[in-house]
Every structure is written in structure tokens, then in C-alpha cells.
Design a protein around this ligand. Structure first.
Ligand code: SF4
Length: 550
């Protein structure tokens, strides 16, 4: 095939298309793949079939690959069997058949799939095929599917429709049959319920994505540690030869702090299991990431087109700044409710309320930056009032200082914001957005603007609140957990370990998202907001940055 020839449509893609056109588009055009338990179970059926290849009865062959330029499709039929001189393609399914007991039928998706295989086999082998069969393992029945003219026409119409969709930049709308979504492996990426909510504010979505992110985050903290692999496990060994083995399927991401080593084999194992790897400095800065991702040309083009529109960018930026200032205000109100220090923070509260009222008058990004900047100054100026009596004064913030942090609290804050940035970047990449194309932050630093945009929503809830709470609970030791150097303060190894534990706990705290109405861990909510952001320019707008932190 030359580069200009049309790629063939996969027969599995036709199966998806009949189920839901959006599923076909997400899987076959945007190349989004999420394997859930059902998908793995389906794969097991096929693996077992393959493992018996070579033991077939005479006249039977497994996993026969066909492709046809004429038909425009390609695929591997599970089994091709010759019976009494007739060729019969078989498709194996893990689930149940359609119809009732005594009148079992194949599902329409399976009819089209086995019909497509029959057309492929017919063309390749030059022999007319009268029927295909589908074996349903859950109820142990085999259903016959006659390859009549109606099915032949149906398969060809599906191929035409698939080609049409493949050439479009527009993602099809969610299916009207919400029962399909509950059984769809791609629901956590598609978010159909949220699409319905965008169309109808009275709609009450149900949660179709897991509460917690996939797998644990493995932090490699010990200086001189080495990460290798053995089979399907990562093996982490420190200088004292302490060894930890973690199955790769239990890992969501690996964070290498400082100068620990990770082998090429381990990186490859991570990449093949969609496990992100991040390298962080001991100061909390993100050096770089290995983030396996599917090709996302359509998503990048749509993002670029949308965010090149100043009005869309301004609307999103205004919503983002409102959410951030509102979360600062709510935190100050909550932390000082009924306390004598309320009077101390009252000027900041008044200022933040005034800013919230003024945001709608901002006609460009520069004006928003101004409002956000004065709000941040008022908010950070109030933070010392939120610390409990008796806290070591060396742990209190003097004023915000970034690179380098000048005091202990800023060292904690900078490190935790670095971890939040890493989460936001990981979510942006996982959703298939381009992190370099933002709508609020500019390309001024080495940081990706869209990740900086997204993290604004979570600074208060995922960093400021838990950090101040931890300092008030005397979690940090002003001597042992920090290193004072000329002109800067850094975390010591014990300080980093405590802070990472605090951040991980917060990432797994479950909180009810007030817009979608269901509960998720904070780590998942970061991803959810990235997906809601993408919906802003894929026909389901209005939900991004509407959440309010309590
Ligand atoms: S979740 Fe629903 S709308 Fe989305 S791809 Fe699956 S079936 Fe289609």
C-alpha cells in the first residue's frame, strides 16, 4: 500500500461501528484504547483459541488473516472450518447470545463481523460461502448466520460508513441508548453521561469511570537506587541491596527522584503497559516524562482550532480564574469560621469577593492575569493566619518565593506544586491533548501552558489545604526535614518522604464533584477536568472548571 492509498478498515472496527459510531471513531480513528476486565476476558478466549492452534481437527484453521483492497477491509477470522465441502467462518464471543432460549440469535454487531469475515474468505479462497457461525461461550451455543444478500449489503454499507467517518474531524455524538454505554469499555474516555449533562443541565449522570486512578504511583527516592525488571515486574533495588518487586499491572506511574537509575528494559516494560515515567529533581521540578500515548492528530487539530479562537480562550480563562479565586475565598472562609483570626483575613476576603464580581468585566487575558495576581497576593498574605498556635515559627511562610524557596513553607509548597504539575501534565497527555497549546498561561517558561492551566483548578484543594493541615498537625520537623543553604531552603530526605506520603494520600482522597454529582479521587478529578476541557470543543461544552472546592 502506498502512503496515499486508503488504509483498510478493520473488521473489529465494523463490529464497533454497529455497536456505536462514536465507539468506532474513538477506537479506529482517534486510536483510543482502554482495556477493561471484559476486554481482557474476551482476549483470553482468543488466546485460548490460539494456544490450541495446530491441534485443530482436519479441515480447520485458526486465526486466518485476510485483507482485501476491493472490499476495503482486513481482519483475522477466529476459525475457518470446512464441513462437507462448505467453508464456514466461526467467530468466538465470551458473552451471551441474543434472543431467547430455544431461539438464540447472533447480535447485530456479531452478524456484521462474521459476515465481513465471510466476504473476505470468499474473495481470498474463490469459494462461495453460505453462512458464518458465532460461538457464545457464556451460554455455550453456536448461532448460524446466513450470508444472504441483506447481510452482504449491510456489511458493504458499514464499510462505506466507516470510511466516511474516518475522513471526518468531527467525533460522532454519544449514542441515545445509554445501556450500551454501561457495557462499553471506552466509557471512561468517552464520558457519555457528561455529554448528556452538557446537553441537558437537569440530567443526572451516573459514574462510568473508576474512582481511583489505575495502579499505584511508585516513587524511587533512595539515592543510587536502580530500577530494572524481571518478567512482568519492576525490581527496585537500593544501595543497601533492599529489593522491592512490583507487578507492572499494579503500577500507574513511576516517579524517579534525583539520580536513581532505570534500565532500558524497565522503560520498555513501562511503555508497553501505558505506565508513565517521570524524572523529578530533589527540589520538586519535573525534568521530563515518558508518557506513552496514542497518536492524537484529530484531537490536536481540534484543540488548536478551538484555542486559536480568542473568544473561546477568554471564556475558558475567565472560568478558570473564577474557579481558582473562588477556591481561595472558600478556603479562607472555612479555615477561619468562628475564629478570632477572621478579622485578620477579612480584608483579603473582601478583596477576593470584589475580584470575583469584577472578573466578567475582563475583556482580555492581561486583565484576568491582573485580577488573579492581586487575588493571589491577598490570599498568600493571609495564609500565616491559618496556622495553629504553637507551630514552629520557622515553618510559617514569610512571603511567596519560588525559585529558590527562601523558607521552609515555600520549600514544601514548591515541591507539592511540582507534583501537581506532574499530575496535570500526565492527565493532559493521557487525554490526548497537546500540553503546549493552552488558553491562559503563555509559553514563557519551560513548563507546558495547558498543564499549568489545568493545575490552577487544584492548587488550593490538592496542595494548600492538606499542607497547612499537616503543618498544624506537627507533621514536619523544622530541623530534621529541611536543609538550610545560603539563600534557599530545601527538603531533606525525611521531609521529601513525608511530603510525598501526604500528596499521595490527598490524590486518593475521594470527593464529590459538584457538577457531575458523583465522587472520585482527586487524582481522577484532575483527569476528569482534562476530559471536560476537551468536551468544550467537541460539541459538549459548559462543564469544564465549574467545580467548586469545599
Ligand atoms: S460510552 Fe456510549 S457513546 Fe461512548 S463510545 Fe461507548 S457506547 Fe458509544
Amino acid at each position: 500500500m502506498t502512503a496515499l492509498e486508503e488504509p483498510l478498515v478493520s473488521v473489529a472496527g465494523l463490529h464497533a461501528l454497529v455497536y456505536c459510531e462514536r465507539l468506532f471513531y474513538l477506537e479506529e480513528v482517534e486510536r483510543i484504547r482502554l482495556a477493561d476486565a471484559r476486554v481482557y476476558a474476551g482476549r483470553r478466549v482468543h488466546t485460548e483459541l490460539e494456544s490450541t492452534a495446530g491441534e485443530e481437527e482436519e479441515g480447520t484453521v485458526s486465526r486466518v488473516v485476510f485483507e482485501s483492497e476491493g472490499l476495503g477491509i482486513q481482519g483475522a477470522v477466529d476459525i475457518l472450518r470446512r464441513r462437507d465441502g462448505r467453508l464456514i467462518p466461526y467467530e468466538h464471543k465470551r458473552g451471551r447470545s441474543a434472543g431467547r432460549k430455544g431461539a438464540r440469535e447472533a447480535w447485530e454487531t456479531d452478524r456484521v463481523q462474521v459476515g465481513a469475515y465471510a466476504l473476505l474468505a470468499e474473495e481470498a479462497l474463490g469459494q462461495r460461502i453460505e453462512e458464518g457461525r458465532v460461538r457464545y461461550h457464556a451460554d455455550r451455543v453456536t448461532v448460524r448466520v446466513p450470508l444472504d444478500d441483506a447481510l452482504r449489503d449491510r456489511v458493504r454499507a458499514c464499510i462505506d460508513r466507516a470510511r466516511l467517518l474516518r475522513d471526518s474531524l468531527d467525533r460522532p455524538p454519544v449514542t441515545e441508548d445509554d445501556r450500551k454505554c454501561r457495557a462499553c469499555s471506552l466509557a471512561p474516555a468517552c464520558l457519555p453521561e457528561e455529554g448528556r449533562l452538557a446537553a441537558d443541565p437537569a440530567f443526572r449522570p451516573i459514574r462510568l469511570l473508576p474512582v481511583h486512578p489505575k495502579g499505584q504511583t511508585v516513587h524511587v527516592l533512595a539515592p543510587g537506587a536502580r530500577v530494572g525488571c524481571s518478567g512482568e515486574r519492576l525490581v527496585i533495588e537500593d544501595r543497601e541491596a533492599n529489593v522491592e518487586r512490583v507487578p507492572i499491572v499494579e503500577i500507574g506511574s513511576v516517579v524517579v527522584h534525583g539520580l536513581a537509575q532505570i534500565s532500558t528494559q524497565a522503560l520498555r516494560l513501562c511503555a508497553s503497559h501505558d505506565v508513565q515515567v517521570h524524572w523529578m529533581t530533589f527540589g520538586g521540578g519535573l525534568v521530563g516524562s515518558l508518557a506513552p500515548t496514542a497518536p492524537s492528530a484529530q484531537r490536536h487539530v481540534r484543540q488548536l482550532e478551538a484555542l486559536a479562537d480568542d473568544q473561546i480562550g477568554l471564556t475558558l480563562a475567565r472560568r478558570l480564574v473564577r474557579a481558582k479565586v473562588d477556591s481561595q475565598l472558600r478556603f479562607l472562609l472555612r479555615a477561619t469560621r468562628g475564629a478570632p483570626v477572621r478579622a485578620t483575613v477579612e480584608p483579603a476576603i473582601i478583596h477576593l469577593r470584589t475580584m470575583l464580581r469584577s472578573l466578567d468585566t475582563a475583556t482580555d487575558r492581561a486583565a484576568l492575569l491582573g485580577y488573579e495576581g492581586t487575588s493571589a497576593a491577598a490570599y498568600f498574605g493571609s495564609l500565616p493566619a491559618l496556622f495553629a498556635e504553637g507551630v514552629d515559627p520557622r515553618l510559617l511562610p514569610a512571603r511567596r518565593s519560588r525559585r529558590p524557596p527562601r523558607d521552609r513553607f515555600n520549600a514544601l509548597l514548591g515541591y507539592a506544586y511540582g507534583a501537581l504539575y506532574r499530575d496535570a501534565l500526565a492527565a493532559v497527555i493521557a487525554v490526548g491533548l497537546h500540553p503546549g497549546i493552552g488558553f491562559y498561561h503563555q509559553l514563557r517558561s519551560s513548563a507546558h501552558p495547558l498543564a499549568l492551566d489545568l493545575m490552577e483548578l487544584f492548587r488550593v484543594a490538592m496542595v494548600d489545604m492538606p499542607l497547612i493541615g499537616a503543618v498544624n498537625r506537627r507533621t514536619f520537623d523544622a530541623d530534621a526535614d529541611f536543609e538550610e543553604l545560603p539563600g534557599k531552603v530545601l527538603l531533606s530526605a525525611s521531609g521529601r518522604a513525608k511530603l510525598i506520603e501526604l500528596i499521595e494520600r490527598r490524590r486518593h482522597d475521594v470527593w464529590r464533584h459538584d457538577v457531575v454529582g458523583y465522587s472520585l479521587s482527586y487524582a481522577r478529578i484532575v483527569e476528569l477536568e482534562a476530559r471536560l476541557l476537551e468536551k468544550e470543543w467537541t460539541g459538549e461544552p459548559g462543564l469544564f472548571a465549574r467545580l467548586r472546592i469545599r
